[in-house]
Design a protein around this ligand. Structure first.
Ligand code: ZN
Length: 356
C-alpha cells in the first residue's frame, strides 16, 4: 500500500521540538513545567500553536504538535493510564542500562483513564491544513521505561500497553490525524526481542488504523520511528561503542518489511548506519533522517540534498521522505528552528537535482 505523496521528498520532523522557556525548563529531556493547573494547560496549547506556525513557516509538508503537551514522549502517555503509580518513581537503568531514569511503577491492571492527546490533537487539526502527524510511544519502548510490579512478564505487559495505545490511536484517527507514528527506540537495543514480539506488539497498537471502513470514515497512515536516541551525552557516548558500522537495523527491518506498518523513520545523516540497509524496507515509505539532532551545527541545503541523493540509491523516489534523525526536544529553540528550515530547503534542492 503506497501513501502516494504529491511532492517528491515530503518533509517532516520525527516528533518532539524544544519547549519555550515560559512553558518548561529548556535543554532537558524531562523538564519541569513552569506553570500549573489551567495556566499550564493553556501554555501547552499556546506552545503547540507556536510550533505549528513555525513548522509551516519553515516550509515543512507534514507538521506535528512538537510534543509540547507531554513532559517526555513515554511518560506523557503513561500519565493517563490507570494502574501506574506516579507518586513513587524508582530509578531504573533503561535502554539496556545505557542511562538511569526515574520511572513510574506498574502496580495494577492497566486501563486508560480517558483520552490522552485529544485536546492538543484537535487544536492542531483545527489550525493547520497541512498533513498532521502525531506520535505515540511504542509498546516495547514503554515496557523499557516503566518498572513492572504487577505483570511479571514483559511480553504480556507490552500487549496490555498495545491495547491502550490502540484505543488512543483510533481516537486520534477519528480526530483527523493523518499519520500516527509509534516511537520504538528500544527496537535498536533489543533487536532479537523486537523481531520476536516487538513488531507484533506494534501491529496490535496499530490495529484498525488505515482502514477506510473505520467508523469515523477516516484512514490514517501508520509509521514507526527507530533511532539511536536523542542527542544527549549518554547516547553520544553509547554510539562511540557501536563501532564503524551500525547494523542494528539489519535485524529489525526484515520483520518490519513483513508487517502492516506503512512507514519507517530512521537515523541516517552522521550515523554509521550502512545506507544499503534501507533496501531491507522494500514496500515501505522511508523517512530518512537528514538532520543530525546531536549537533548544533546547522546542516546546509547541499548536505541535506546529498543525504537524500545517497538514500535514493536504495529507496524509490516516491517512497522517500526527508525527516530529522530523532526529536529536537533537548536543543535550543533557535537551533531547532534553523534545522527545520535546512530540512525544507534541502528537500527543495533535492527536488531540483533529482527531479520532482
Ligand atoms: Zn528518536
Amino acid at each position: 500500500m503506497s501513501t502516494a505523496p504529491t511532492t517528491a521528498f515530503p518533509t517532516a520532523i520525527a516528533g518532539s521540538l524544544p519547549k519555550p522557556a515560559w512553558l518548561a525548563e529548556t535543554h532537558k529531556l524531562w523538564p519541569k513545567w513552569q506553570a500549573e493547573g489551567t495556566e499550564l494547560q493553556q501554555a501547552k496549547l499556546d506552545a503547540t500553536l507556536l510550533w505549528i506556525k513555525l513548522q509551516e513557516d519553515a516550509g515543512l509538508d507534514i507538521v506535528g504538535d512538537g510534543e509540547q503537551s507531554r513532559q517526555h514522549f513515554v511518560h506523557g502517555f503513561l500519565e493517563q493510564v490507570e494502574g501506574i503509580d506516579f507518586e513513587h518513581k524508582v530509578k531504573m537503568g533503561i535502554r539496556d542500562n545505557r542511562y538511569d531514569a526515574m520511572v513510574p511503577q506498574v502496580v495494577a491492571p492497566l486501563r486508560l483513564k480517558g483520552r490522552v492527546h485529544a485536546v492538543e490533537a484537535q487544536l492542531a487539526r483545527a489550525h493547520t491544513k497541512k498533513k498532521l502527524k502525531f506520535t505515540l510511544p511504542g509498546p516495547m519502548t514503554i515496557v523499557d521505561t516503566v518498572a513492572d510490579r504487577f505483570y511479571g512478564d514483559k511480553v504480556k505487559m507490552a500487549f496490555a500497553f498495545a491495547e491502550l495505545l490502540n484505543q488512543e490511536a483510533l481516537a486520534l484517527q477519528a480526530d483527523g490525524v493523518d499519520i500516527i507514528q509509534f516511537d520504538e527506540p528500544a527496537f535498536n537495543v533489543y533487536m532479537k526481542e523486537a523481531a520476536d514480539w516487538g513488531v507484533q506488539a506494534l501491529e496490535r497498537a496499530a490495529m484498525g488504523l488505515g482502514v477506510t471502513s473505520a467508523p469515523s470514515g477516516r484512514a490514517c497512515t501508520t509509521a514507526v520511528h527507530i533511532c539511536y536516541g536523542y542527542g544527549i551525552q549518554a547516547n553520544v557516548d553509547w554510539k562511540q561503542t557501536l563501532g564503524d558500522e551500525w547494523r542494528q537495523y539489519e535485524q529489525i527491518f526484515p520483520a518490519l518489511a513483513k508487517s502492516s506498518i506503512q512507514q519507517v523513520s530512521l537515523e541516517c545523516y552522521h550515523s554509521h548506519v550502512p545506507p544499503h540497509l534501507m533496501k531491507l524496507l522494500e514496500g515501505k515509505d522511508v523517512l530518512v533522517g537528514v538532520i543530525d539532532v546531536a549537533s548544533d551545527v546547522i546542516e546546509t541545503p547541499e548536505q541535506v540534498a546529498d543525504t537524500i541523493g545517497t538514500a535514493l540509491q536504495f529507496v524509490p523516489k516516491n517512497r522517500l521522505f526527508a525527516c530529522t534523525n530523532c526529536g529536537l526536544a533537548p536543543m535550543s529553540r533557535e537551533v531547532a528552528q534553523a534545522k527545520l528550515q535546512a530540512l525544507a530547503q534541502g528537500a527543495a534542492l533535492a527536488r531540483q537535482r533529482y527531479g520532482a
